[in-house]
Design a binder for this molecule. Structure first.
Ligand code: NI
Length: 259
């Protein structure tokens, strides 16, 4: 299993961090991608990833909820960091649009997204997309960016929970769907949506510390809990958990070029 999205730079993981990592490894978690969300997260992400260079994989980016008045300076800081450590970062993310909490900076969020898509094309890195109530704008901006950058963009829609139609739009752009704990929630329709979509286009994730799967729902999430998501996917696709594991691990290795 590869966890393509875990905020384990979060302070709540730092006590007993080494033991925590050993537990994930013992449970069969092969790698964990740690996305950045802001200039302030550069240092914590660097710190944990430098401690486990072959295991924790860093991303860098400005999350849409972090787009506030100082966004230009923050982008400059992030871009400087990216260019200073081009071999270190394996993804641009978490980036995207979020209209759920606050639409004040809607135009700025779009500008910030476009800029970071340019970085991804320039540095040949995948993007980790956060989308909340902004599907139409994200798909439009990504399609425009694909044309602008000669279809060089690749990436994942993290925590995908959308419709069949949205899924198809995402797959048509060559992107992957990030599937996590939501799949195990009692009222989730996600399994039905996924059933007709290729397993070859899914990657696993947790969104730790959030989105813990059943039976851990509400607790601090951990990458090893993805086994619950794997079991559910095995039911959806009528294959063995081992096969889900094999295919999704392959997908993550391809997308993030981990091998
Ligand atoms: Ni996230």
């Amino acid at each position: 299993m590869i966890d393509t999205h875990a905020h384990i730079d979060d302070p709540q993981y730092q006590e007993g961090f080494d033991a925590f990592i050993r537990q994930q490894q013992a449970a069969g978690v092969e790698r964990i991608i740690v996305p950045g969300i802001s200039a302030a997260s550069i240092e914590p992400v660097r710190k944990v990833c430098l401690a486990y260079p072959d295991y924790l994989v860093p991303g860098i980016g400005l999350h849409p909820e972090e787009v506030k008045d100082g966004w230009r300076e923050e982008l400059e800081t992030l871009y400087r960091e990216l260019c200073a450590h081009t071999d270190f970062y394996k993804a641009i993310g978490e980036i995207g649009l979020d209209y759920y909490w606050d639409k004040t900076y809607k135009a700025e969020q779009q500008e910030v997204l476009r800029t970071q898509l340019r970085w991804a094309a320039e540095h040949d890195l995948p993007v980790i997309i956060h989308n909340r109530e902004a599907t139409e704008d994200i798909v439009r901006i990504l399609r425009e960016a694909q044309v602008e950058h000669q279809h060089a963009l690749r990436g994942v829609f993290h925590c995908f929970t959308g419709s069949r139609e949205t899924a198809q739009q995402i797959l048509d752009m060559g992107f992957y769907l990030g599937i996590g704990g939501v799949l195990t929630f009692k009222n989730s329709k996600l399994g039905l949506t996924l059933a007709d979509l290729p397993l070859e286009r899914l990657v696993l994730e947790t969104d730790s510390p959030y989105m813990a799967p059943v039976p851990y729902r509400g607790q601090r999430n951990e990458s090893r809990y993805m086994i619950e998501v794997v079991r559910m996917l095995a039911e959806v696709y009528k294959v063995s958990p081992e096969e889900v594991n094999r295919v999704t691990t392959h997908n993550a290795n391809e997308l993030f070029r981990l091998k």
